[in-house]
Design a protein around this ligand. Structure first.
Ligand code: G3I
Length: 397
């Protein structure tokens, strides 16, 4: 068994840093072409500008040696998906560090057996103009997954965010037609290669109402959701089709609406296979106590489930660091999240919304918060990594 330890991992981290400083130079051959119609690529990624500092800003990660072997995918029970995202886009503009940074690439390909595009399959990326698709970034990710024996989750087809402006100027008829074309074209292109799709994402708001910012739901009514599932199923009858949302790990208004809607959707014969609990946890709220119970509700409906976007954020200092006590708490909650999924026979996997705190979306959307992934800003494993591995090693009860 290979022994990847902190000391031997420092060398490539130098390359990681120079990539960040010299983005253009380090990314040229592997970085996919820029999406037509998108803003010019920024010259350097500027993640978490709210938390000052470059990735090596003097507060290097823990000096405690945490062995990277055995890897998470090695210890996971057979058939269980241990996922992460192909990071990029977001606050990094059109920069995809997972393709160009050897240490990040190494972590993703050795530790995980499933991958989701953070932004690669969103409308702004793949459908920038009414008459033009651009699958370059998706193709690169699917190739990467296949090279490394990883399953792919597709994310996402019917969502209210990251939509190009032209969508909002369509007539109702065109809006419907364009969604059908988008779903059939995209799912059809990757037939047999993308195992699972988040067909619909975040369709219910925090007050338990249909999300009015979603142009399809707002203009065509919620029945468009079942249509989206049917179109995806037609395009790839073997793909597992999911409905995905955040804040569904609690007993709240949104969850209550799902407990009414999901049985109706299933009874109506929509080809839905599973429900995704995103799992964006924050330290103010603490561990979502209803996660296990809500997952059981999904199993009782005859559906699978996964935790699809797990991260756990904490308040951080100006260098983006959380306290040691918070990191210990984070490790406990990560372990609990994996254990909750493993305890449910129909929970088939857990995907982390990123590895490497430097790249996480969190500080972009929640300034002053961060440290949300199991690898620190220098890509060194945190106590949370060990805790996740312990949960996976324990297997299913
Ligand atoms: O497209 C523009 C690009 O032209 C411009 O150069 C760049 C400059 O910042 O911005 C680009 O848009 C960004 C987009 O990602 C695509 O790269 C947005 O500003 C940025 O806000 C967006 O962030 C992503 C966000 O979803 C919205 O799509 C995050 O990286 C991503 O982590 C986040 O992920 C979501 C899941 O999909 C669903 N669940 C919640 C989760 C966190 O918000």
């Amino acid at each position: 068994m290979r022994s990847l330890r902190l000391a031997s991992f420092k060398a490539p981290a130098t390359g990681f840093l120079s990539c960040l400083v010299l983005v253009g130079g380090c990314a040229t051959s592997a970085q996919p072409a820029q999406t037509p119609g998108a803003e010019p690529t920024s010259t350097a990624p500027a993640p978490d500008s709210g938390n000052a500092g470059t990735p090596d800003a003097g507060t290097a990660g823990s000096e405690t040696e945490i062995a990277l072997t055995p890897t998470l995918r090695e210890v996971a029970p057979a058939g269980f998906y241990v996922g992460t995202i192909a990071q990029g886009g977001g606050q990094m503009g059109r920069y995809w560090p997972y393709l160009t940074m050897p240490p990040l690439r190494e972590i993703i390909s050795t530790q995980f057996n499933s991958i989701t595009g953070e932004n690669q399959a969103k409308w702004n990326t793949i459908h920038p103009r009414l008459d033009a698709y651009n699958f370059d970034d998706m193709d690169a990710m699917v190739d990467f997954a296949e090279e490394n024996g990883m399953r792919v989750r597709g994310h996402t087809l019917l969502w209210h965010r990251d939509l190009p402006g032209w969508v909002f100027s369509l007539s109702d008829d065109d809006l419907r037609a364009v969604l059908e074309d988008h779903i059939k074209t995209t799912v059809g292109r990757y037939q047999g290669r993308i195992a699972q799709w988040d067909v619909a994402n975040e369709v219910i708001d925090d007050n338990g109402q249909w999300r009015s910012e979603n142009p399809w739901i707002d203009r065509l009514g919620p029945d468009i959701i079942a249509d989206a599932f049917r179109w995806a199923h037609e395009a790839d009858p073997n793909a597992k089709l999911y409905l995905n949302d955040y804040s569904v790990e609690w007993d709240n208004a949104k969850w209550q609406k799902y407990t009414e809607y999901l049985p109706e959707l299933v009874a109506a014969g929509a080809p839905i296979d599973g429900f995704g609990f995103q799992g964006h946890i924050d330290s103010d709220s603490g561990f979502p106590t209803a996660l296990g119970e809500n997952m059981q509700f999904i199993s009782d409906l005859g559906l699978d489930s996964e935790i699809t976007e797990l991260d756990i954020r904490f308040p951080v200092d100006g260098d983006g660091q959380a306290t040691a006590a918070d990191l210990a708490q984070q490790a406990e909650w990560f372990e609990q999240a994996y254990a909750t999924c493993l305890e449910n026979a129909r929970c088939t996997g857990v995907t982390l919304w990123g590895v490497g705190d430097y790249f996480s979306w969190v500080s972009n959307e929640f300034p002053g918060w961060g440290a949300a992934t199991p690898f620190d800003r220098q890509l060194q494993p945190k106590p949370s990594f060990t805790a996740i591995r312990a949960a996976l090693s324990s297997g299913r009860p």
